[in-house]
Design a protein around this ligand. Sequence first.
Ligand code: E4P
Length: 217
Amino acid sequence: MKFFIDTANLAQIKEANDFGILDGVTTNPSLMAKEGIKGSAAVMQHYKTICEMVNGDISAEVISTDFASIVEEGKKLAAIHKNIVVKVPMIKDGIKAIKWFSDNGIKTNCTLIFSAGQAILAAKAGATYISPFIGRIDDSGWDGVELIAQIANIYSIQGFKSEILAASIRNALHIIKCAEAGADVCTCPLDSILGLLKHPLTDIGLAKFLEDAKKFA
Ligand code: E4P
């Protein structure tokens, strides 16, 4: 399973990249706004900076919602760097645009997936990645990980090639459960990735080893 970091914060991207386990980055308009980035030139520059920091797929989301504008915006994003993946919302014009990008060799990430039916449509259109939002599904009283397992099963039966990118991850357990359920990628906040390190018995065990090492140091 690949690990992407789900942020536009450069310090966190650097920390995850330096950790040595990072395969890519996902952003969305809310994450970009959180970093105080304003204006299309600054947005484009920010994506370029991220692409220069991380050697992996970098999702950049369109903010257009009609076919022609999504294609125009996506072409500009894709021109920033060879690793840009154009992130497109799961709407009718978005699916049409994903098919166009797929036919024209531009990688896509179909975002805002909340059902198996949406995942089937995105795969049919040729999305490189599809992003089911695990945490938001859990928040609404449904089981996000169950959706990952259902999509993984359908893709395996049907031979669909889109990669399942589990998004809206809230904690380390989500990552473990998504790995078990067959996600190809998890995009996670830095805290959730670092949460995988934690076990109290590791801390207790290391403290004891270091204490005992003093006896022969
Ligand atoms: C990433 O691709 C998604 O936009 C992101 O994971 C959504 O996460 P949230 O539900 O925490 O906003």
